[in-house]
Design a protein around this ligand. Structure first.
Ligand code: SF4
Ligand code: SF4
Length: 225
C-alpha cells in the first residue's frame, strides 16, 4: 500500500505542481518564529506541505509599465495554487488527517491575512519552502529556487499527517548574492539593504500607497538567478 507521502507527491505530479516539498513543522520552533508558527494556527500540526508555481516571465519583462498584467498574473498563480492545494488537502482529509491552506500572500482584494503593523504572516511560506529543501534565501528576501530563481509563488497546507519531510540546504543565504546587490539598487524606496535588512513597511507603503495595491516586483525582475 502506498504511503500518504507518496500518494500526495504523485497527486502533485498529476496536478502539475511545479515545485513540491514537505517541511517538518518542528523546524518552526526556533525563537525567531515565536508568534508566527504553524503550531499557533494548528496545535497538532506535524507537516507543512509546500506547493510552488513559477511567475510568468513575460509579466515580469513588462514591468514597470505592465504592472496590471504582472499583478493579474500573480492572481492567476494564486488561483491555480488554491485549486492544487485544495485537491491535495482533500486527499489528506480523506486519509483521516486535518488539513488547512495557508494564503499565498499577506493581502488580496483588500483582505488582510498578515498583521498590518508588522506585515508578518501567520506562517512564513518562504521559510516552509526553505525547510522543505526547495531553495535558499536571496538578498531580496525571496526564496531562490534552482529552477525558477526567486520567481515563484508558494502556497502551503498545514496538516497533522506525519509526512516525510525534505532536507533544508545547509546554507541559508544564496551565495550568488554576495557579488550582486542588484535588488538593493533597483528598489525604488530603499526597502532592501546589502547587509540583508529589509524594511517591510517601506515596501508595503509603496505598494499599497503609491501603486494603489498593485505589486511592485522589481527586485524579482532584476535578479539574475
Ligand atoms: S538580485 Fe542579486 S543580490 Fe538580489 S537576490 Fe538576486 S542574486 Fe541576490
Ligand atoms: S517589491 Fe519593490 S518596493 Fe518591495 S522590496 Fe522589492 S523592489 Fe523594493
Amino acid at each position: 500500500m502506498r504511503s500518504l507521502s507518496e500518494e500526495l507527491r504523485r497527486a502533485a505530479g498529476d496536478l502539475e505542481v511545479s515545485l513540491y516539498g514537505v517541511a517538518d513543522a518542528k523546524g518552526f520552533l526556533s525563537p525567531e518564529y515565536q508568534g508566527n508558527r504553524p503550531q499557533d494556527v494548528m496545535p497538532s500540526v506535524r507537516s507543512v506541505v509546500v506547493l510552488g508555481v513559477p511567475l510568468l516571465r513575460g509579466s515580469m519583462d513588462a514591468l514597470p509599465k505592465g504592472r496590471a498584467e504582472y499583478h493579474n498574473s500573480l492572481l492567476a498563480a494564486t488561483v491555480t495554487l488554491r485549486y492544487m492545494s485544495f485537491q491535495l488537502a482533500k486527499r489528506i482529509e480523506d486519509a483521516e488527517y486535518l488539513a488547512s491552506i495557508v494564503p499565498a500572500e499577506g493581502s488580496e482584494f483588500g483582505i488582510w491575512y498578515a498583521d498590518r503593523e508588522t506585515l508578518r504572516a501567520d506562517v512564513s511560506l518562504r521559510y516552509a519552502a526553505y525547510l522543505a529543501g526547495l531553495g535558499r534565501y536571496g538578498l531580496n528576501h525571496s526564496l531562490v529556487t534552482e529552477k525558477y530563481g526567486p520567481r515563484v509563488r508558494f502556497m502551503g497546507i498545514l496538516t497533522d499527517a506525519p509526512l516525510e519531510p525534505g532536507v533544508p540546504a545547509s546554507d541559508f543565504a544564496h551565495e550568488g548574492c554576495s557579488s550582486c546587490g542588484r535588488c538593493v539598487d533597483i528598489c525604488p524606496v530603499g526597502a532592501l539593504e546589502k547587509d540583508g535588512t529589509i524594511h517591510r513597511e517601506k515596501c508595503a507603503q509603496y505598494m499599497f500607497g503609491e501603486l494603489g495595491g498593485l505589486r511592485c516586483g522589481l527586485c524579482l525582475k532584476t535578479c539574475p538567478l
